[in-house]
Design a protein around this ligand. Structure first.
Ligand code: UD1
Length: 427
């Protein structure tokens, strides 16, 4: 397996282009299943998760052409040859469950493997299933698969109130509702920018949607959807991650394509910690104000709150802040697996359930560390950039799921980082 070698070498300066959002693209791609017309996504990120979704859609009979070095995805689901999302693909990526709503809405039946647990907690899909049931779907769980059937005449509109905010369940229900008979109202819906982006794309395809970006989304079902071309929204998590690079190392970095409205709660915390963020037409420019970073407390929440997907990276910043910082994770259990790895680099972190207390130290020291999930992996790289000596991050396949060209982007602003390819093995 490849590893990433990072050496702390002082301030970073320059520009980092921010890609299209992985999580938006992973929900926009299954929207192809709602129509027999072509769907073209521009500004797509080049990531292994996108290749996994490409394989899943391909296994259903959809065509996905990757153009312009992967930045344009041309999707077409003229005829589906299968309605079964197989365990072998679904187990690799939870977002696979997002094919369920669209297939059910368009063709009235679908069989999708349950994703199972994953490294950051149990993460059930009950809310996805309950929303589809409320629209009349008959669901049967057999041998690890959901067998779903729409009533004769198709799914019907319903009022669905989610007991907790779920990004994926909102997306599945939103897509399914576009082709349901009558009106669907989603209450306590997720408000993430990726939901707004999905609604914009579906509207371009002919869907009638109102209220995206608020907690009540209303959808008037239509008979059919058409094709569209849609640019994927900027990745706010990649953006936040690279905003932390100059915050941790010093220097000034402009994140091209960044927008403050995508990372408002996060930017406010950076400001409190002593980091300046300014916005102009090109993106967001980040630098330290004066002196050492101050410790700040963080509670993760659904959008517009502080994103759980930036918690690990923020912890890396807090490791060398002045004072004590309390981080509370409210979205996922077991999402502090990066803490013991950061501790190997000299960080002082106490974890109790969903709380982590970080007592800032003057300097981290490089160490061999292991990536445990996608966001944890990049937090170790950020920590390594500011540490004394060498940090070697293993299990970087986690990183490849969600960060394109991370080595190239960080080298572009002066970081000392390289990917060490695994030596070929000989029998
Ligand atoms: C999405 C993002 C992920 C991000 C998360 C929260 C994608 C591909 N992934 O994941 O990066 O960390 O939002 O912002 O977009 N839950 C249930 N039952 C369900 C569904 C969810 O109990 O049926 C719970 C989850 O366990 C979790 C909470 O709801 O505690 C929020 O999860 P959710 O918003 O659904 O996350 P994902 O859509 O899986």
């Amino acid at each position: 397996m490849d590893t990433i070698l990072v050496r702390g070498n002082g301030p970073l300066n320059g520009e980092i282009p921010i890609a299209g959002a992985k999580n938006a693209c992973l929900t926009l791609m299954p929207a192809t299943l709602l129509t027999d017309q072509p769907l073209t996504l521009t500004n797509a990120p080049r990531l292994s998760d996108i290749r996994t979704m490409t394989a899943l859609l391909g296994s259903l009979g959809a065509e996905v052409a990757s153009l312009q070095d992967g930045q344009v995805l041309a999707l077409s689901s003229h005829d589906l040859t299968s309605h079964t999302a197989d365990y072998d693909i679904v187990r690799k990526m939870r977002a696979s469950i997002l094919v369920l709503g669209p297939m059910l809405a368009r063709d009235g039946h679908a069989i999708v493997s349950l994703p199972g647990g994953c490294a950051i907690g149990a993460r059930p899909v009950d809310l996805h299933l309950r929303a589809l049931q409320a629209m009349g779907a008959d669901l049967d769980l057999r041998e690890g698969y959901v067998h779903a059937k729409a009533p004769a005449g198709g799914l019907r509109g319903a009022v669905i109130e989610f007991p907790i905010v779920s990004v994926g369940a909102t997306e599945n229900a939103l897509m399914a509702a576009t082709l349901a008979r009558g009106t669907t109202v989603l209450k306590n819906a997720a408000r993430e920018p990726e939901i707004v982006d999905l609604a914009h794309c579906l509207r371009r395809m002919g869907a009638r949607i109102d209220g995206e970006g608020t907690s009540t989304i209303t959808i008037e079902g239509v008979d059919r959807l058409g094709g569209a071309t849609h640019p994927v929204v900027t990745d706010r998590i990649e953006l936040g991650t690279y905003m932390l690079a100059p915050a941790i190392c010093g220097g000034t970095v402009t994140c091209l394509g960044g927008r403050i409205d995508l990372v408002h709660a996060f930017s406010e915390k950076l400001d409190e910690a002593g980091i300046s963020v300014t916005e102009d037409a090109r993106g967001l420019t980040v630098s330290r104000k004066n002196g050492r970073i101050r410790a700040v407390d963080v509670v993760t929440e659904p959008f517009p709150g502080f994103p759980t997907d930036l918690q690990a990276q923020m912890m890396a910043l807090m490791c060398t802040a002045e004072g004590v910082s309390d981080l509370e994770e409210t979205i996922f259990e077991n999402r502090f697996m990066h803490a013991p790895e950061l501790a190997r680099m000299g960080a002082r972190i106490d974890v109790h359930g969903g709380h982590a207390r970080v007592s800032g130290v003057d300097r981290l020291k490089g160490a061999p560390v292991m990536a445990t999930d996608l966001r944890a992996s990049v937090s170790l790289i950020l920590a390594g950039l500011a540490a004394e000596g060498e940090t070697v991050v293993s299990r970087v396949y986690h990183l490849d799921r969600g960060y394109e060209k991370v080595v190239r982007k960080l080298r572009g602003v002066g970081a000392d980082i390289e990917r060490i390819k695994e030596a070929p093995t000989h029998d």
